[in-house]
Design a protein around this ligand. Structure first.
Ligand SMILES: NC(=O)c1ccc[n+]([C@@H]2O[C@H](COP(=O)([O-])OP(=O)(O)OC[C@H]3O[C@@H](n4cnc5c(N)ncnc54)[C@H](OP(=O)(O)O)[C@@H]3O)[C@@H](O)[C@H]2O)c1
Length: 301
């Protein structure tokens, strides 16, 4: 049986980390990038393909896909053109992959597609397990919901897992470096009221969970990829303040957060109390279940 897997977004932050682990586990990883030459220079240890028709060919041949493509929501202001780019960079590759997987002759094909916590909308204080319905409420949430639909359309024929990924915390990418910046400058901040739930997860745990989902056929449908101990934003500020030894109680009103972060502020100001019910049920052991420990680990590098 071929051990090949196609990974979109393989040159990205999570993709780069997960591909290294997959290779260590013996997977033959084919990376997909809009700029395969640039990606090859950065990661010469794996073959790279572009996003032309070679994507369909590779997917059909491998029959296994980890679909992590998507323009970075923090990359630039959310103009209508950029929102369309956020959307198409997530939906178009997924739709094409689903079509190509319909033609694969590989036994036990699998598709693991990234979604994100905004897919459930703003849940207030309600716990949101993996079976929480997707809602077309928030801007990125609606895009994620559409992506989930696109991936799950293949679920009657192949194993599909849709990962509702939380706010990934790690030292070398994602939102964490920007979130810690004011703390490094000596004045920690609480964004908005601070009561909004932040569905965080440590980078190492999201990488481990993605590889676990690939290996374990018990994972199907939506899978919440968040830490088991949910926290409010104020807890994140407290953890950062305590680890970095600075004050952390300065509240920045939501309107000012929105002015500073633009559209991407919807990722920080809404409340998403996701719980990883399915992962816990299937025995996934989180390396960093506790926010204080995770922040300490990340800051220590
Ligand atoms: N980081 C988080 O906290 C977080 C939270 C929830 C969900 N997610 C989701 O997880 C996935 C990976 O996140 P990440 O943080 O690793 O993002 P990232 O570092 O920005 O990487 C995403 C990659 O997607 C690729 N990409 C962008 N536009 C594309 C397009 N039109 N077609 C094909 N590929 C395209 C890019 O690769 P090339 O430049 O090589 O083409 C980029 O490196 C994304 O779908 C994201 O929405 C992340």
């Amino acid at each position: 049986m071929s051990n090949q897997i196609v990974v979109t977004g393989a040159a990205g932050w999570i993709g780069g980390h997960v591909c290294r682990v997959l290779r260590r586990l013996g997977w033959d990883v084919v990376g997909v990038s809009r700029s395969p030459e640039v990606a090859r220079e950065k990661h010469p240890d794996r073959p790279w393909i572009g996003i032309g028709s070679e994507l369909e060919t590779a997917v059909q041949h491998a029959g296994r896909v980890l679909d992590l493509a998507g323009r970075n929501a923090f990359e630039q202001p959310w103009t209508s053109d950029f929102v369309e780019a956020l959307r198409s960079s997530r939906i178009d590759p997924t739709v094409r992959i689903v079509d190509a997987l319909a033609r694969t002759r590989v036994r036990d094909p699998v598709l693991i597609t990234a979604s994100g916590y905004p897919a459930c909308g703003d849940g207030g204080d309600r716990e949101l397990a993996d079976d929480a319905p997707a809602r077309h409420e928030l801007v990125l949430g609606s895009i994620d919901a559409e992506r989930e639909d696109a991936a799950l359309r293949a679920a009657d024929r192949i194993r599909v897992a849709v990962m509702r990924i939380g706010l990934v915390l790690g030292p070398d990418g994602g939102a964490f470096p920007a979130l810690r910046r004011p703390f490094d400058a000596g004045r920690g901040v609480v964004l908005g009221s601070g009561r909004q739930w932040v569905p965080w997860i440590h980078l190492l745990d999201v990488v481990a969970l993605l590889t676990e989902v690939l290996a374990d056929p018990g994972y199907r449908g939506v899978v919440n990829a968040v830490a088991p101990q949910p926290a409010r934003h104020v807890d994140l500020a407290r953890a950062l303040g305590e680890v970095l030894g600075v004050s952390w109680q300065h509240h920045v009103p939501a309107a000012r957060v929105a002015r500073t972060w633009g559209g991407a502020s919807e990722l920080l100001l809404h409340s998403h109390r996701l719980v990883p019910a399915r992962a816990l049920e299937l025995g996934f052991a989180f390396a960093q279940p506790d926010l204080g420990g995770a922040v300490k680990d990340i800051v220590a590098g």
